[in-house]
Design a protein around this ligand. Structure first.
Ligand SMILES: NC(=O)c1ccc[n+]([C@@H]2O[C@H](COP(=O)([O-])OP(=O)(O)OC[C@H]3O[C@@H](n4cnc5c(N)ncnc54)[C@H](O)[C@@H]3O)[C@@H](O)[C@H]2O)c1
Length: 139
């Protein structure tokens, strides 16, 4: 990736307080982006934001299983940076599926395994609606 490829872009990185998310936040900033780290680990999230640089990174508490918190995080990014260009839906917890994909029960969506799925769907839809609201156009 060429340097500064994300110059001026604004990103939300869920699960950005550690691991892949934290490295992603760092890489995005190195490439010119502003990042909102959204996570449930507040202490680590603040630490990571501070270590990368508070001029470029903000931390916002967000449990991606809670639609209201996702909406608030999107609103926070729009309020702080004026736009939102990238979502990196990464928050999740490792865990095995309890059954075959063919027998998978959607009611299991509240358990840790499908967290990434919930994250993708909620953040995508929230972002979509917020974006078009911002543009004053029907989605
Ligand atoms: N590391 C791997 O080899 C690997 C392989 C396959 C998939 N994944 C997936 O990639 C993602 C990142 O993996 P990682 O190794 O960096 O994990 P990690 O545990 O280091 O980081 C996950 C982050 O997600 C946060 N998080 C957990 N639940 C959350 C919630 N409800 N709302 C918001 N944040 C929440 C945690 O606090 C943590 O900061 C995870 O979804 C993981 O399941 C990782």
């Amino acid at each position: 990736m060429s340097r500064k490829r994300l110059e001026g872009k604004v990103a939300i990185v869920t699960g950005g307080a550690s691991g892949i998310g934290a490295e992603t936040a760092k890489t995005f900033v190195e490439n010119g982006a502003f990042v909102v780290i959204a996570d449930i680990n507040d202490e680590l999230g603040h630490q990571v934001a501070t270590s990368i640089g508070l001029d470029k990174v903000s931390y916002h508490h967000c449990d991606v299983r809670d639609e209201k918190q996702v909406e608030e995080t999107v609103a926070f990014a729009l309020e702080k940076y004026g736009t939102l260009d990238i979502m990196f839906s990464n928050a999740g917890i490792e865990g095995g599926m309890s059954s075959s994909i063919l027998e998978f029960d959607l009611n299991e969506l509240t358990t840790p395994w499908p967290l990434m799925f919930v994250d993708h769907s909620q953040l995508s839809s929230t972002l979509h609606v917020s974006w078009w609201r911002e543009k004053s156009v029907d989605p």
